[in-house]
Design a protein around this ligand. Sequence first.
Ligand code: PHE
Length: 365
Amino acid sequence: MSGPNTDYDPVEVTPLRADEVEAQRDAALAAIAAAADLEALKQVRLEHAGDRSPLALANREIGALPPQARKEAGARVGKARGEVNKALGQRLAVLEAEHEERMLVEETVDVTLPTDRALTGARHPITMMSERIADVFVAMGWEVAEGPQVEAEWLNFDALNMGADHPARTMQDTFWLEPAEAALVLRTHTSPVQARTMLTREPPIYVVCPGRVYRTDEIDATHSPVFHQVEGLVIDEGITMAHLKGSLDHFATAMFGEGITTRFRPSYFPFTEPSAEVDLVCFVCRGVNSDECRTCRGEGWIEWGGCGVVNPRVLIACGVDPEKYTGFAFGMGIDRTLMFRHGVEDLRDVFEGDIRFAQPFGIEI
Ligand code: PHE
């Protein structure tokens, strides 16, 4: 069994000598004072106050001393270690405060700097064009009417004098909904809104109906299975084709500028009689040097839509007295109008949703 070594002379144990302990303490204090940052201080702590530091190693020697010498050496080493720890704590506080201060400066955000505004989204050019068109008619006292995109077969076709064998009713043009017994289609034109309006309102009727329509067309530069039309319908006493022509000339001029009027070409629609195709004066060559014009290919005119005097059979189907009232109707492509008005060459650009397409329309974002 081993006991304290009574012959042990602390003066002979170098690490415990007063001058040695002081030297170690002074070295530690100097290193602490010299630590420039928290990382350096961490290193100093390891070297001068860690388990393997000279003072810690000296401390281990104490146990082997005789009791009297142990007390003295213990007090000396303990005091030195206390001083070193205190200095470490103080230096840590100073360096932490410095670090904090530096971070505050380095990470400062200048809230007064101007920033880019976040994009919040905007209405689509087609929406804006629909509203612009509606405004032209609202300014003349007309009302805006709307109908559903999933429409009853009867309203999309039958009420509009389109018999069951009409070509527009074949699967080729129309998206039919299942089950077939429901007799529902994705409306192929905005004309069912005519029927809905006549069935629910008493004449006089002056309505404009912009909306989305569907046909089983392949997508290309001028076709899309989803597109937009604007329908116009007037039912009143004494309405003639002249009122129709005047309204469309006004519409064309409002859209394309002074001098851009319309011409009618005889045509056929089951729901109007007589019927006409509506052409616009070419808004590029204005019908003047039409030979070189690539837009109208020398025609001087551009196809815009269809129109006519409402067929009395449609009036009857929709509960309007054809002896008392007459009316006119027209249907134009909104997408076409947008493309003409803004020189858009590919319809796909309109529907792809790239913001770079929408921005030049003066969209407020
Ligand atoms: N609904 C017709 C179409 O989509 C256009 C039209 C509307 C024609 C109103 C005459 C009267 O082609």
